[in-house]
Write a protein that binds this ligand. Sequence first.
Ligand code: DC
Length: 228
Amino acid sequence: MMPKTPPPVITIDGPGGSGKGTVSRILAKKLGWHFLDSGSLYRLVGLAAQRHAIALDNEPALETLAAHLDVQFDTDEELQIRVVLEGEEVTDALRSEECGNDASRVAALPAVRFALLDRQRAFLEPPGLVADGRDMGTVVFPDAQLKVFLTASAEERAARRHKQLKDKGLDVNLGNLLKEIAERDVRDSTRSFAPMRAADDAIVVDTTGIGIDAVVQRLMDLWRGVSS
Ligand code: DC
């Protein structure tokens, strides 16, 4: 019997604020595929750690937490995801800057990353998957048909994040945001295990000064080129 061909995967890696979350979601919707927001898994581990008073450098305890995360994702037609952790809705709590920073810290621990691998790969189901993260193309889905690395200048990423938070009614200092983004970039790209980087066969797309629609169009064109 012929081995079953796995469904196609498009990986979209890159730093926070590069637009990859929005772009990945729109792309998945256009293609009618599943969507993996892998950052939310690291955010969940950070949040669960805070709630269980586990220190963010206690690798064995965090590994157990990651392996047994009691989480439910409810996805609507827009691929907006409602997240329930241990019976409590945490959708908004997950998006805070504090949660992102905690996620970046627990994500530096190899045991945590290993513990989340199968959970991430389980998202790969027909008809296909768009996977958003830092190591989707390098570690989690190395055989992806299309790998994209989205970037944008740190200044533009901070400005985008600032606008998002302002739209939510949150008043955050732009200078502090820029500093945090730069710190997180360094931590995510210099960790020894699965650092954020473009896969050798990834196509790098710089989104500085480019609107979401144009980026989505570029990725759709890239996918048509690969799949035809
Ligand atoms: O994409 P995000 O901001 O939700 O990710 C939060 C943190 O999680 C990010 O700073 C690094 C980490 N992360 C990771 O290490 N690997 C991934 N595949 C996704 C996120």
